[in-house]
Write a protein that binds this ligand. Structure first.
Ligand SMILES: [Zn+2]
Length: 94
């Protein structure tokens, strides 16, 4: 697993706006490489990843201090809660 998960390039969480944003160009790039059938999985994984950050911001999940550990936990959250392995998308965006 990489230090900087690819999903951070596809999406972001804005705690002030309590908003999840998807980067359309990154999403299209992943889908172009992996195929249209992956579209839903990429969006689901990206939203789930940012949902982890939202849950931390809302105090429902304990905050970690180490940035890399936070991103690893976000990926773990995607895997466990949504059954999607986000490392598949990482390879495309590196
Ligand atoms: Zn993240």
């Amino acid at each position: 697993m990489g230090a900087s998960p690819a999903l951070t390039l596809i999406s972001e969480y804005d705690p002030a706006a309590r908003a999840i944003r998807i980067n359309g160009a990154s999403l299209r790039r992943v889908v172009r490489v992996l195929g249209d059938a992956e579209y839903d999985n990429v969006v689901r994984a990206a939203v789930a990843h940012e949902l982890y950050h939202h849950e931390v911001a809302e105090g429902r999940i304990a905050a970690l201090r180490d940035r890399r550990a936070v991103e690893r936990e976000a990926e773990h959250f995607v895997r466990v809660r949504y059954g999607i392995d986000p490392t598949r998308f990482e390879r495309v965006l590196r």
